[in-house]
Design a protein around this ligand. Structure first.
Ligand SMILES: CC(C)(COP(=O)(O)OP(=O)(O)OC[C@H]1O[C@@H](n2cnc3c(N)ncnc32)[C@H](O)[C@@H]1OP(=O)(O)O)[C@@H](O)C(=O)NCCC(=O)NCCS
Length: 339
């Protein structure tokens, strides 16, 4: 093997300091239009009572004019940047987690970066409801590895564009919104090891109903996101609590040392089942943002945490266990220091 030139090795060593990273700021944006269950029930032959009981959802938000994926990302990111004490030109990288940006290409992230005057690296993450937690993991590795100092991570969805109003299994679940976090270099570690993975054997359990090619060639109607509800429910309840436990173990944290549990806001019954399986202590702050926000996929974890931080329900500097899971199937969980 040829010897590595000395200059290359020296340059690499100095280019990759091992730093610490933390979430330095968090923000959220909820669309103006509130959609109560009563607006949805007729077309799916349902009732407000059934939806509340089976999902915990009372209302959700649907985006309108001036609330595009880009607009919502920017409005969620602004308070996150302010909290982190940085401006747009300080952003080295933008990671946008979304499944509802309506362009095959280019990604949404470069436009978000542009709106902040940043020319930093920018790309989208397609990991559905797990996308934001993947983004936090990647941002952590980038900052720790020395390839960025400040990474803007956005979870954003306009799922109302991809939801069938007539689909009994999904019409009442999905909502729109955006959450954002700034991951910055810090003196102390603030993001624990991520436990993540996928199960492509269950690729079709939550998916767009038809491919764009089928839609075009067969002249099909606009596709939407379909879901095998019961399969997803079982996978989430039985599969995700052990993943969350592994994230706790990897971080060297026990449940009684947590200040918050912020799971993906899929369904309140899934949240309750996870709390039980993880034996989380009574009185621990549990995110239940789903009641007023619905399931906003990639936006759900940062939106839920943003609400808790803004309302002073969880302490800055405390520890939160967060987990995202969904289409792919894919999942990611980590313990983070609350900004
Ligand atoms: C979608 C979900 C709430 C449906 O609940 P469910 O109990 O599994 O519903 P089922 O499909 O088994 O149907 C049970 C009954 O409710 C009825 N039903 C289904 N959807 C309904 C609706 N929207 N309104 C009223 N009744 C409904 C069915 O007709 C059935 O009636 P029957 O017992 O008389 O035959 C549930 O499967 C779920 O929460 N899954 C996980 C979804 C999720 O979290 N997705 C996000 C993952 S990221």
């Amino acid at each position: 093997m040829t010897a590595t030139p000395k200059g290359f090795a020296t340059a690499l060593r100095s280019a990759t300091p091992v730093a610490n990273a933390r979430i330095a700021g968090i923000g959220g944006y909820r669309p103006r239009r509130i959609v109560p269950n009563s607006e949805i029930v007729e077309r799916i032959d349902s009732s407000d009572e059934w939806i509340r009981e089976r999902s915990g959802i009372i209302e959700r938000r649907w985006a309108g004019d001036g609330e595009s994926v880009i607009d919502m990302s920017v409005m969620a990111a602004e308070p996150a940047l302010e909290m982190a004490g940085i401006t747009g030109s300080d952003i080295d990288a933008v990671l946008v987690a979304t499944v509802s940006w309506p362009y095959q290409t280019p990604a949404a992230a470069p436009l978000v970066a542009e709106r902040f005057g940043s020319k930093g690296m920018a790309l989208d993450i397609s990991a559905a409801c797990a996308g934001y937690c993947h983004g936090i993991a990647l941002a952590n590795d980038m900052v720790r590895g020395g390839s960025a100092e400040n990474v803007l991570v956005v979870g954003v969805e306009r799922l109302s564009d991809f939801t069938s109003r007539d689909d009994r299994g999904t019409a009442f679940i999905f909502g729109d919104g955006a959450g954002a976090a700034v991951v910055s270099r810090s003196d102390t570690p603030g993001i624990g090891p991520t436990i993540w993975g996928s199960d492509g054997a269950q690729w079709d359990v939550i998916s767009q109903t038809e491919s764009w090619i089928d839609v075009h060639e067969q002249k099909l109607r606009w596709p939407h996101i379909g879901m095998q509800g019961q399969t997803v429910f079982r996978w989430a309840v039985w599969g995700m609590a052990p993943v969350a436990q592994r994230a706790l173990d990897a971080a060297g944290v026990t449940a009684d040392q947590l200040d918050a549990f912020v799971p993906h806001q899929a369904n309140v019954r899934i949240i309750d089942a996870m709390v039980k399986q993880l034996k989380l202590p009574d009185g621990l702050a549990i995110a239940r943002d789903i009641a007023y926000t619905g399931n906003t996929s990639a936006a759900s974890v940062p939106l839920a945490m943003e609400r808790m931080v803004r309302k002073g329900q969880i302490p800055s500097g405390g520890l939160a266990l967060q987990i995202g899971f969904g289409a792919g199937l894919s999942y990611a969980a980590q313990v983070v220091v609350i900004p």
